[in-house]
Design a protein. Structure first.
Length: 67
């Protein structure tokens, strides 16, 4: 699924960058300039960032529980 059509940025490409450790999600979005043209993708970007933050919180909580 494309996150930003104006900048030709797909969700899979963002995840590749993030999972390879090349960039965080925020860095990849900033570098691609996604959301800076028509703005139609801003909600998708926000949802993606929010879901990443929630996943990070869950991982952190799970690590704490295991200790």
């Amino acid at each position: 699924m494309y996150i930003c059509l104006c900048k030709n940025l797909s969700e899979s490409r963002l995840r590749e960058l993030q999972q390879s450790g090349q960039m965080t999600l925020d860095q990849a979005l900033q570098a691609s300039q996604a959301g800076t043209d028509c703005g139609a993708c801003c909600n998708r970007i926000k949802n993606l960032v929010d879901s990443q933050a929630a996943a990070a919180d869950t991982t952190s909580l799970e690590a704490h529980i295991e200790e």
